[in-house]
Design a protein around this ligand. Structure first.
Ligand code: NDP
Ligand code: 8X3
Length: 257
């Protein structure tokens, strides 16, 4: 098992859900954490808690992954010690809306494509060269079961996660001779702010996604991310699909009552 002590882990979307849980578990394992999201007040709070509790180093960055100039400038301005990124967790992402494609909102499509595909690419474009230079690093993309199979009204969200799936495979090929690991973690239903964001703050609708079943927690996913990040040097986990017990596919759920 690889030791994470003093390693540098960069988590995008660290203000909530899976990203927050990853930042916490990696901090507990002794890694130094670079935390990024747009809601900097949430990032700052978590950062301070992690520093105090686990005696590690943290750095907060306010970042909108959709803006390539911002990604470039922010990452070029961080101290050299923080540029030695050992593990990048490309987690920032979202679903917007749940419309049939002929009724879909173009602004929702733009937001998902800009965040889930272009945002992941923008961050990777700035971080991967630093790993290539050092011939070492691990990129962990948070994809989705929706990157393997779609579902009614899942259309553009699923398309963005199919793209993440393709990019994980592509990065693995392009960086094959550079000693870089690439892993795709592909969850099913995880109860986070995800559904609240998808349904634009409608709490009742968001809650109904998890009716009658026990969804995964962000911590369940963070544990699998940590597992992948701590395999021996020669081992690369390519992808993992993780669902709650009550989910068999993007369209099959067993709901009690
Ligand atoms: P949350 O809504 O709880 O967290 C999403 C995170 O992404 C937030 O920290 C948010 O931060 C960040 N984010 C969103 N847009 C941007 C942006 N433009 N720039 C920077 N950060 C951004 O949802 P989850 O934790 O569930 O989602 C994390 C990932 O997991 C996503 O990629 C999602 O697609 C994926 N996933 C989730 C599943 C689920 O059922 N929950 C299942 C499968 C995959 P902020 O708003 O502060 O910028
Ligand atoms: C989130 C899981 O099934 O809601 O990626 O698309 S799903």
């Amino acid at each position: 098992m690889r030791d994470l002590k003093h390693r540098t882990v960069f988590v995008t979307g660290a203000s909530s859900g899976i990203g927050k849980a990853c930042a916490t578990l990696f901090a507990e394992a002794g890694a130094n954490i670079l935390l990024a999201a747009r809601r900097i007040e949430k990032v700052n709070k978590l950062s301070e808690e992690l520093r105090k509790q686990y005696k590690i180093k943290t750095k907060e960055i306010k970042l909108d992954v959709r803006n390539y100039d911002e990604v470039t400038k922010t990452l070029s301005l961080i101290d050299d010690q923080w540029k030695q990124i050992d593990i990048l967790i490309n987690n920032a992402g979202l679903a917007r809306g749940f419309d049939k494609i002929h009724e879909g909102k173009v602004e929702d499509w733009d937001e998902m494509i800009d965040t889930n595909i272009k945002g992941l690419l923008f961050v990777t474009r700035r971080v991967l060269p630093l790993m290539v230079e050092r011939k070492s690093g691990h990129i962990i993309n948070i994809g989705s079961i929706a990157g393997h199979e779609t579902y009614p009204s899942g259309n553009v969200y699923a398309a963005t996660k199919f793209a993440v799936n393709a990019l994980s495979k592509s990065i693995r090929m392009d960086a094959l001779d550079k000693g870089i690991k690439v892993t795709s973690i592909d969850p099913g239903l995880v109860e986070t702010e995800f559904s609240l964001v998808r349904f634009s703050g409608d709490e009742k609708q968001a809650k109904s996604v998890y009716n009658g079943l026990t969804p995964l927690t962000a911590n369940d996913i963070a544990e699998t991310v940590l597992f992948c990040a701590t395999r021996p040097e020669n081992v690369n986990i390519n992808e993992m699909i993780i669902t709650p017990l009550a989910q068999a596919s993007t369209a099959h759920y067993y709901r009690k009552s």
